[in-house]
Design a protein around this ligand. Structure first.
Ligand code: ATR
Length: 293
């Protein structure tokens, strides 16, 4: 039976801009209904100028938590009362819980990524050498979590190398001295990849509608590498298709989306959502999107 929100429904609000393509409302509302929880997940597009007024309004409503996405993951920090250690380390928040009138910030992105690796069959990251493409917000959460998880060497490769350098320095100072940068050129990437067990794309290259783009030349891929892409639309990016063709185990981007969301779901509700059902919900929606172009 479909539930409709009432005055006692607990709200979870997604704050970001733009939100039109977010899968989170579909995934969370489907799970609330499946588990019979009187919750509702509501996307609210909010600009930077309106973030403070909207957020302070949420504190006075029956809102139990939030997800925060682009462009507010850092700006939201100053509006919170408390940060969990992971969010404090990253200096970015993607999940909020309201408890006893206090707004507590969490970051489940890095943990979500590590869980998606594990689910895809990678036992752990300890001692693994990793080439990570990108140096933006997602790269930061993932690289920091890999470093904290005991990765061997983390090689950061970004179009803008200064950003990669700044991230490497931050990781080396705050976590462990394990990060360095690599030029975004085949001649530099090739020897590094020979020493790596994992390649992670955190850039937006290959994302719909630019699904024909590759973030690294396909010729450097070989079967000793596990290849992870955080792009989830399309489900199998051109990078992952090339990796499969080269015999590499692959980790689809949808895994990180699902696991970071599942961690938030548990923080808000105290219940663990069924991962396989979340995945099926997301995949059937993505399949419909790709069928309609
Ligand atoms: P997110 O929060 O999703 O990580 P972001 O912080 O805007 O988003 O970072 C996007 C990443 O994708 C950056 O590493 C960006 O590279 P630059 O720092 O050089 O801008 C990378 N990126 C985006 N488009 C790219 C492209 N066409 N080629 C190479 N890298 C690209």
């Amino acid at each position: 039976m479909t539930r409709y929100p009432s005055t006692t429904t607990k709200l979870v609000v997604l704050l970001g801009h733009p939100l039109g393509h977010s899968l989170s409302p579909l995934i969370h509302n489907t799970m609330f209904e499946h588990l019979g929880l009187d919750y509702c997940y509501l996307p609210v597009e909010v600009t930077r100028e309106n973030l403070t007024v909207v957020f302070n309004g949420l504190r006075r409503m029956n809102v139990v938590g939030c997800n925060v996405t682009i462009p507010h993951k850092v700006a939201i920090l100053e509006l919170l009362d408390e940060l969990d250690p992971q969010a404090a380390l990253l200096g970015a928040v993607n999940t909020i819980c309201f408890r006893d009138g206090r707004a507590i910030g969490y970051n489940t992105d890095g943990q979500g990524f590590l869980r998606s690796l594990k689910e895809a069959g990678m036992a752990g990251v300890a001692g693994k050498n990793i080439l990570l493409l990108g140096a933006g917000g997602a790269a930061r959460a993932i690289a920091m979590s890999l470093a904290a998880g005991g990765a061997g060497s983390i090689y950061l490769c970004n179009r803008n190398r200064d950003k990669a350098l700044a991230l490497a320095e931050e990781i080396n100072e705050k976590i462990r001295p394990c990060a360095e940068t690599v030029a975004a050129e085949l001649s530099a990437q090739r020897p590094v990849l020979k020493r790596c067990q994992l390649l992670v794309n955190t850039t937006s290259v290959g994302m719909h509608p630019h699904h024909d783009q590759l973030p690294i030349a396909a010729e450097v891929l070989s079967a000793h590498l596990t290849v992870a892409d955080i792009v989830y639309n399309p489900h199998t990016t051109r990078l992952l298709a090339a990796a499969q063709a080269a015999g590499c185990p692959v980790v689809h981007g949808i895994g990180m989306l699902i696991h970071q969301g599942a961690l938030g779901f548990t923080l808000w509700t105290g219940s663990e959502p069924p991962i396989d059902r979340m995945l099926a919900t997301a995949l059937s929606h993505l399949a419909k999107l790709s069928a309609t172009g």
